[in-house]
Design a protein around this ligand. Sequence first.
Ligand SMILES: N[C@@H](CCC(=O)N[C@@H](CS)C(=O)NCC(=O)O)C(=O)O
Length: 206
Amino acid sequence: MALKIYGIPRSRAIRTLWMAHELGIEYEMVEVAPGAEGSRKPEFLAINPNGHVPFMDDDGLVLWESLAINLHLARKHGGALAPAGLAEESLATMWTCWALTELEPLAVQVMMHSFMLPEPDRVPGVLSTALANIQAPLLVLEAALVKGGGFLMGERFTVADLNVACCVFYLRMNPEVLAFKPAAREWYADAMARPAAQAAFALRGD
Ligand SMILES: N[C@@H](CCC(=O)N[C@@H](CS)C(=O)NCC(=O)O)C(=O)O
């Protein structure tokens, strides 16, 4: 059975779609929108009780959490994107946990309060605090890329780069946050220019 990815490209499912395109694997996209009309319907809550997308079914293995799905797909299908050996497994896990805890929450606040929420719901104070606080993790990213020769591990683009870049995507309307971080700026531009990223993000239609 082909890999089934549940979600829509204009959601965190884009992360898994990007990974599937990188790996060149076949997949079936089951369109499930986030929220009451989709991911929170009983039939989908039965698969992912969190009520979120994405989730996937890979030959009977059901997983949710976009970045965990990416780690699974990289491990399963191997290739250059996959961690090679224990040290890289651990580094990929570290960068993924870092993306989810240190970077994504602030990046989501920046995105919501700069362009995603309807204007009356945007809170300038939340945005300015998030923009100030996100400098710390972005400087960590910059330093790691300088040290790693342009990649987060193993001197090549891997699932660690992809998982972190997915969270930097939330800062796309605020490119000024990457000012004075040339390594991060170049790394992110190169990541988004990859043919697999282009093919996956084209599915969003934006
Ligand atoms: N940590 C989860 C978050 C998933 C998530 O929050 N997805 C959003 C769409 S991007 C969602 O399904 N929201 C619907 C809802 O909360 O009702 C992941 O990365 O997969």
